[in-house]
Design a protein around this ligand. Sequence first.
Ligand code: NAI
Length: 327
Amino acid sequence: MKIAFFSTQPYDKEYFTRHNSGHDLVFFEAQLNEQTVPLADGCSAICAFVNDSLNAATIKQLAAQGVQLIAMRSAGYNNVDLPSAQLHNIKVVRVPAYSPYAVAEHAVALILTLNRKTHKAYNRVREGNFSLDKLTGFDLHGKTVGVIGTGKIGQVFCDIMKGFGCRVVAFDLIANKELESKGIEYLPLVQLLPQCDIISLHCPLTEQTKHLINADTLRLMKPGVMLINTSRGALIDTRDAIHALKTGHLGYLGIDVYEQEEKLFFHNLSEQIIEDDVIMRLMSFPNVLITSHQGFFTDEALTQIAKTTLRNVHDFEAGKPLENKVV
Ligand code: NAI
C-alpha cells in the first residue's frame, strides 16, 4: 500500500523504514492541512501525527483523492474530525499504547528538574559557578500527588510516585481497582485539587476536559502547587496559568504540550522571531519548564509506534478486523 507520511522527522523515516516490509512509504516534512493535502495524491493511506490538521475540509479532499485509511502514529486523535472520516468512509486507526513508561517517566523528569533545578545547576557548574544559592528543592517523600486520568500512562505514573514515598490521590471517570488496592484514593476533583503539592494531567483532550485547568480550578489548588502536563496543551487555559504564575499561586509549571504548539513544536526556530507572545511569556518564568512534546520519545516507543502503525495498515489492506480502529 502506498502511504503518505506527513510531519515527517528524521527519526520517523528511520524507524518506519527499518520496520517496513512491502509498503511504499512516501515521506513529507510538511504538516497535513488543506494546502498540503495534494501531496497525498496516489496514496491509499496517510500517516499523520499530533499536530497535523485533519479537519472536515482536509478529510473531504483526502477522500476525493482516494485515501481510504488515516493511520495516526499517536495515541491521541483529537486533531481528527471523526464524523467527517465516517461520512467519507475513511477508517481511522491509531497506536493506543506504545510505551506508557516513556510519557510517565518524562512527567517525572519534569517534576525532578523543576524541583531540584538540575537544568540550572548544569549551566552554573559549566560556568564555574558552584554556588547553591536559590537551588533549594523539596523532598518528594511524603508529599501528596494528584493524578488526573489514571489510564495506561497515569497508572504507571501513580506507581512511580508511590515508589518515591508520595501519597497519591486520583481523579478519573472510572476508578482503577488495581490502583485502589495499592492505596491510591479516588477523590472528586474539587476535593483533590486543594490537597495536592503536585498535580499531573494524564487524561485525554475532550470537550469535557478542554481548559479543565482554568482560573476556577487553579484557585482551588494549594498555593505553590506544581502543575505538570504531558497530555494535551488545551487541558490548561494557558492565560489563566500565566496569571496564577504571576501572582505566585502556581509555584511551578512543567509542560510537554502547549495549546498552540502546532506552529512551534518539532521545528528549529532558533533563528526566527517567535510571534507567539503567550509561549514567550511562559518561557520568561524561572519556575516554568517547557519541553516540545517529547514524552513519547524513547527508542522503545518509536519502535512500537512504527510496528503497530504498519500492522494497522497491513490489517486494513488484508481486510482483517482493525484492532486499533478509532472509527
Ligand atoms: P488512556 O486512554 O489509557 O487513559 C486516559 C484516562 O483518562 C482514562 O482512564 C479515562 O477514563 C480518563 N479520562 C477520560 N476523560 C476524563 C475526564 N473528563 N476526567 C478525568 N479522567 C478522564 O490514555 P493514555 O495512554 O494513558 O494517554 C493519556 C493521554 O496522554 C493521551 O490522551 C494523550 O493526550 C497523552 N499522550 C501524550 C504523549 C506525549 O508525548 N506527551 C504521548 C502519548 C499520549
